[in-house]
Design a protein around this ligand. Structure first.
Ligand code: GBH
Length: 488
C-alpha cells in the first residue's frame, strides 16, 4: 500500500470516529415521535370538490419554468384520496404523532369563513378521526405556504389586514377541528416565506420582508390569544421557526460575533418578540443605522409598539423548530450604503465547505453536530423552553429504497439531539422526521425526495413502498433508542 493511500485511510478512519459514537441512552418515555408533511406537497386534488386555488397552484400552472422539473402538485402523492393508506403506514411506523397541514383554500376557498367548503372540512375531519382511532396525535399546521390566491390578490402577507384574515381563519380552524386537535402550529417558517422567497413571493428588499415578518408575528400572536383567551381551549399553540446552526469560521472575536449576530437576526427575529418582547437589540440598531444613512426617516424594521410587544410576548407554548443543516459564518466589511437589503442589514458571509457530506439538494449538507449547538443556543437564549423538532430530514434525488444515507442521517442527528438532552439539559419534547413520504419539493419539484416511504409518481395508484430508513426509524421508536445495545 502506498504511503499516501495509507495516510488517507488513517485520516478518514480518524474523521469518522471523531464524528462521535452514537448515543446509546434511551429517550424518555414521553418523548414524542412523528413524521411530517404539508398539504400542497402531498394532497393533490388541487381543484377537487370546491377547493379554491392557492398561490402554489397558480405559480406552478402559470410559471412551470419556476420549478426545476416543470411539474406541479395537482396530483402529487394524491393523499386527498389516499389518506387512509398514509395512516396505515404511520401506524406501522409506530409514531405518536403526525404533523400535517390544512390547506386554507381547501376549507375556505375565498380565504374567508363566510364561504366554507364542506367537502374540504370533511376531508380533514376524516383524517383527524382516523388518526385518533389509530392512537396517533394530530399536530396541525394552519399555514404551510399555500395562501389562498384571493388573499394574494389583496397583497397577501404584506397587507396589514393579513393579521385579521389569519385571525378569522385560525378561529375557524380551532372551532371546527379543535376538539380533536391538541397541538396547533400557526405558521410554517415565516423567515423563509418572507425572505428567501421561493415560496411564491420574494420579499428580499429589506422593506417588505420586515413588514411580512411583523404581520406573521402579530397573526400568530392573535391566533394564540383567540385560542387561549377567547375560546379557552386547552391544547398548545406554537409557531414553526427555522434555520441552520451558524458556526463561526474561526475563534476570532469578529467571527464569534458574526455567528451570534446571524443567530439573533434569523432565529431571534421572531424568537425574541415571542420570548423576550421586541426584536433583538443588535437587529434594531443595525437596521435603524443603515436606514438612517440610506435616507429613511424611520427604521425599515417596523419597530413594534409597546402594545404590540406586550401582545406578542409569551405566545409560544413550545418552541417548534425546523432545522436540516449548518453553515459557516464570518465577518465581512460593512456593505456600502446604497439599495437596502436584509442581507446587508445582517452583514456577514455564510457558506458550506465543499468537503461536507452532500445530499440531493445543494443547501442541505449533512452536519449532525450543528444540531446540538443549535439546541443549546435555543435553550440558553430563551430560558429552556420545551422544544419540538418539527422538521429534520435528508433528501436524495432517486427515492431509492436502500437509503442507508438517510438512515445514517436520522441516527446521527438524533444522537446529537440525545446528547443535547443528556449533557446540555435541553428540553426536547419530540422529533418529527421530514417527510413521511416522497412529495413535491417546491421549486425542486420531484427531483428531491425526503420520504422514509417511496411514492411512485408515475403509477396512477401512487403506490407507496417503505424504504430501509423507515424500518430503522420504526425500530428507534419502538426501543426509544438509536442502537441495539441500549442503556436506560
Ligand atoms: C422546509 O423548508 C419546508 O417547511 C418543507 O415544506 C420542505 O419540504 C422542507 O423544508 C425541505 O426543504 O436554495 O440556497 O436558496 C426548508 C427551508 C428554504 C431551506 C429554502 C432551503 C433554499 C436555500 N428551505 N432554502 S437556497
Amino acid at each position: 500500500m502506498s504511503l499516501l493511500i495509507f495516510l488517507v485511510l488513517i485520516l478518514s478512519i480518524g474523521a469518522s470516529s471523531a464524528s462521535n459514537a452514537t448515543n446509546n441512552k434511551r429517550f424518555p418515555e414521553n418523548f414524542l415521535w412523528g413524521c411530517g408533511t404539508s398539504a400542497y406537497q402531498i394532497e393533490g386534488g388541487w381543484n377537487a370538490d370546491g377547493k379554491g386555488p392557492s398561490i402554489w397552484d397558480n405559480i406552478t400552472h402559470e410559471n412551470p419554468n419556476f420549478i426545476k422539473d416543470g411539474k406541479n402538485a395537482d396530483v402529487s402523492a394524491d393523499s386527498y384520496h389516499k389518506y387512509e393508506v398514509d395512516i396505515a403506514m404511520l401506524k406501522e411506523l409506530g409514531v405518536n404523532f403526525y404533523r400535517f397541514s390544512i390547506s386554507w383554500p381547501r376549507v375556505l376557498p375565498t380565504g374567508f369563513p363566510d364561504n366554507v367548503n364542506q367537502p374540504g372540512v370533511l376531508y380533514y375531519k376524516n383524517l383527524i378521526a382516523e388518526l385518533r382511532s389509530n392512537g396517533i396525535e394530530p399536530v396541525v399546521t394552519m399555514y404551510h405556504n399555500d395562501l389562498p390566491q384571493t388573499l394574494q390578490d389583496r397583497d397577501g402577507i404584506k397587507n396589514p389586514d393579513f393579521v385579521d384574515w389569519f385571525a378569522q381563519y385560525s378561529r375557524f380552524c380551532f372551532q371546527t377541528f379543535g376538539d380533536d386537535v391538541h397541538y396547533w402550529l400557526t405558521i410554517n417558517e415565516p423567515y423563509v416565506a418572507c425572505t428567501i422567497g421561493f415560496y411564491s413571493v420574494v420579499y428580499v428588499d429589506g422593506i417588505d420582508d420586515y413588514v411580512c415578518m411583523k404581520n406573521f408575528l402579530l397573526a400568530h400572536a392573535t391566533a394564540w390569544h383567540i385560542y387561549h383567551e377567547e375560546l379557552k381551549m386547552k391544547g398548545k399553540v406554537g409557531i414553526v421557526l427555522n434555520s441552520n446552526w451558524f458556526e463561526p469560521e474561526t475563534n476570532s472575536t469578529e467571527d464569534l460575533e458574526a455567528s451570534e449576530r446571524t443567530m439573533q437576526f434569523i432565529w431571534g427575529w421572531l424568537g425574541h418578540p415571542l420570548y423576550k418582547g421586541d426584536y433583538p437589540e443588535i437587529m434594531k440598531i443595525r437596521v435603524a443605522n443603515r436606514s438612517k444613512l440610506e435616507g429613511y426617516n424611520q427604521s425599515r424594521i417596523q419597530e413594534l409598539t409597546s402594545e404590540e410587544i406586550a401582545f406578542a410576548k409569551g405566545t409560544n407554548d413550545f418552541f417548534a423548530a425546523n432545522t436540516y443543516t449548518t453553515s459557516m459564518v464570518k465577518r465581512i466589511p460593512e456593505a456600502p450604503i446604497g439599495t437596502p437589503s436584509h442581507n446587508k442589514d445582517l452583514g456577514v458571509e455564510s457558506y458550506q465547505p465543499s468537503n461536507w457530506q452532500s445530499t440531493g439538494l445543494d443547501w442541505l449538507k449533512v452536519v449532525p453536530w450543528g444540531m446540538r449547538k443549535l439546541l443549546k443556543w435555543i435553550k440558553n437564549e430563551y430560558s429552556n423552553p420545551p422544544i419540538l423538532i418539527t422538521e429534520n430530514g435528508y433528501a436524495d434525488s432517486t427515492g431509492e429504497l436502500e437509503d442507508t444515507s438517510r438512515m445514517n442521517y436520522i441516527r446521527d442527528y438524533l444522537s446529537y439531539i440525545r446528547d443535547a438532552m443528556e449533557y446540555d439539559g435541553v428540553n426536547v419534547i419530540g422529533y418529527s422526521y421530514w417527510s413521511l413520504m416522497d412529495n413535491f419539493e417546491w421549486v425542486s419539484g420531484y427531483t428531491a425526495k425526503f420520504g422514509v416511504i417511496n411514492v411512485n409518481f408515475t403509477d396512477p395508484e401512487r403506490t407507496r413502498t417503505r424504504k430501509l430508513s423507515s424500518y430503522y426509524y420504526e425500530k428507534v421508536i419502538r426501543n426509544r433508542c438509536l442502537v441495539d445495545d441500549c442503556q436506560d
